[in-house]
Design a protein around this ligand. Structure first.
Ligand SMILES: [Zn+2]
Length: 344
């Protein structure tokens, strides 16, 4: 079980980067993985802060999370003799930092510039070229610096997507419990409860989060980090990824680059809650309050595309047993589900 040792959430927390490096004795050389935009948002500042303390810091600009980029990062780590990798940016940059550092057996520090999904603190990395559309185990960040001043600059849509990713744990945990009961799969009560607990403050504070206030962003960040920790404790993505995530991965196949990960998972959660015979209305109401998509139209999808993804979802990861593999619904059944839930 790997857990972060230092977590800083709040305004201007980026300035703690040296404090963390000193404390963890990572003061010789570091690699900063960032993007062309996120370099100016935070990457440059991290480099300057490190160099001001005499820590060697080199930038690697990346675009897409591919195995090729991971290999380039690994070469950089070796040539620099880096002791630590910083992932500064959104999903892609953090995913590359996570996997390349894990392969080179050095720690990584997560500095998210957005709060759109739970990958900012999870031990899993999603990289293209691994032969599957979901993520693999890499390593948990040794430290997380979530500077709300930086994250508040990100588009509101990303914040809402992050909320939806948190809310999706409601069905992820139900699917995990189902797999435990029916397939004797390992089930960790603590990790499951931690993931579930993270949904509460986000759902209860939907108004504050939507208003864009720092207080709300902090609630969301704490929830996203708790989800990451839940995955570290479980040793898999189980507490945070169930049928709603399989549906989102299937949508990425049916219609690539259409909507954000969290948006798709949140929409899927309404449907999966209905299939689990749970309170889907409350989920839908909360997502509506946040301004998240709850209808095919809001996701720029045809009803038929959504149903195709629902039918495909169980085959995305056949060994992940969920409500979808249990019920085995057909096209007409799903048409009814979309109609009942008002998601059509
Ligand atoms: Zn997710």
């Amino acid at each position: 079980m790997q857990l972060p040792r230092e977590i800083f959430i709040g305004k201007n927390t980026i300035k703690y980067v040296n404090h963390i490096c000193n404390k963890l004795k990572l003061t010789r050389a570091s690699l900063i993985i960032t993007g062309s935009k996120t370099y100016y948002i935070a990457g440059k500042m991290v480099k300057e802060l490190l160099e001001s303390e005499g820590i060697k810091a080199e930038i690697l600009l990346v675009k897409e999370a591919t195995l090729k980029e991971v290999k380039i990062a690994e070469e950089k780590i070796k040539s620099l003799e880096a002791q630590v990798v910083f992932g500064v940016g959104g999903g892609t940059k953090i995913d590359i930092a996570k996997l390349s550092s894990a392969k080179q057996k050095i720690p990584f520090i997560s500095i998210p510039t957005t709060a759109s999904h739970d990958g900012i603190a999870s031990p899993l990395s999603s990289v293209k070229g691994l032969g599957n559309p979901f993520s693999i185990m890499a390593q948990a960040p040794i430290a997380i610096i979530a500077d709300t001043n930086i994250i508040m600059q990100a588009p509101q849509r990303q914040i809402i997507s992050g909320c939806s990713d948190v809310i999706s744990k409601l069905t992820a945990v139900k699917d995990w419990k189902l797999a435990y009961k029916e397939k004797k799969e390992y089930y960790g009560e603590y990790a499951a409860n931690l993931a579930l607990m993270s949904t509460k403050p986000v759902m209860q504070n939907a108004d504050i989060i939507k208003s864009g206030k720092e207080e709300g962003i902090r609630v969301l960040l704490e929830a996203l980090i708790s989800c990451g920790v839940a995955m570290s404790i479980a040793g898999s993505s189980r507490p945070c990824s169930g049928s709603e995530h399989l549906f989102s991965h299937a949508l990425d196949v049916v219609k690539p680059n259409n909507a954000m990960h969290g948006e798709q998972c949140g929409f899927g959660t309404i449907i999966m809650m209905h299939l689990h015979r749970s309170n889907w209305r409350n989920v839908k109401k909360t997502l509506e309050k946040l301004g998240a998509p709850t209808k095919c139209d809001n996701l720029y999808l045809e009803q038929e595309e959504v149903i195709r993804a629902l039918l495909m979802a169980p085959s995305i990861r056949p060994n992940r047993y969920t409500i979808l593999s249990k019920l085995k619904l057909d096209f007409k059944d799903y048409q009814k589900v979309l109609k009942i839930t008002g998601t059509a």
